[in-house]
Design a protein around this ligand. Structure first.
Ligand code: DC
Length: 228
């Protein structure tokens, strides 16, 4: 079974997807982490994703995900960058690299291979991102679109960054979220959009446990219906 979980930044999608995968003992694939690793490469090399020189990077970059106790480890050209990809600078850059068609093509191919390997070995997959239900796996067995108001998402992001010791201005974060939403949903290549057959999970007013249970109930409910 392939479970696609899409939605905008800060909707609670990642932590929810990770917990759903843990409870189902499924392989968890965080596709945002892959775009973040590409972004880190852009920052480190100083080559802007909008420049033609980025083509070489897009073609040669090696990204690898490994399951870990707290979700997933991300490797960039063999180096563990799981912590380094979580800064605000990388968040902003990842939205820019994810506009590139060549980057997306490569990431989508990798995502399909990873999911295929898991399902060949009889494992369910929870894959989360922006275009999983629309582009990567349009025929996914279950599709969810996790969302929340921009204000709630900015507040959550501020809390996360403060916990990491970063100084934040919530107004700036809200503006960045609006800008990122706009870029992610209006870009030409695989914009963030709701798949017609996805279930919308609005997390603005629900607790983490409620979100996880809601998704699990729907997966189990549908599984029972499938078996009939
Ligand atoms: O989910 P996230 O914040 O870690 O994602 C980082 C960036 O990557 C975000 O700007 C959207 C982009 N992304 C994408 O374009 N497609 C995906 N499947 C996952 C993420």
């Amino acid at each position: 079974m392939i479970i696609a979980i899409d939605g905008p930044a800060g909707s609670g999608k990642s932590s929810t997807a990770r917990e759903v995968a843990r409870r189902l003992e499924a392989l968890y694939i965080d596709t945002g982490a892959m775009y973040r690793a590409v972004a880190l490469k852009a920052i480190r090399t100083g080559v802007l994703p909008e420049s033609p020189a980025f083509t070489t990077i897009a073609e040669s970059i090696l990204i690898h995900l490994e399951p870990s106790a707290d979700g997933v480890k991300v490797f960039l050209d063999g180096e563990d960058v799981s912590g380094a990809i979580r800064s605000e600078e990388v968040s902003v850059m990842s939205s820019r690299v994810s506009q590139r068609v060549d980057v997306r093509r490569r990431m989508v191919a990798l995502q399909r291979i990873m999911a295929q390997r898991a399902s060949d070995s009889g494992r369910d997959v929870v894959m989360e991102g922006r275009d999983i239900g629309t582009v990567v796996f349009p025929a996914a067995d279950r599709k969810f679109f996790v969302t929340a108001s921009a204000e709630v998402r900015a507040r959550r992001r501020a809390r996360q960054l403060r916990e990491k010791g970063e100084e934040v201005d919530e107004k700036d974060l809200l503006r960045e979220i609006h800008e990122r939403d706009e870029r992610d949903s209006t870009r030409e290549a695989s914009p963030l959009r709701l798949a017609p057959d996805a279930r919308v999970i609005d997390t603005s007013d629900s607790s983490f446990e409620e979100q996880v249970e809601n998704i699990l109930t729907q997966i189990r409910g549908n599984a029972a219906a499938d078996a009939r």
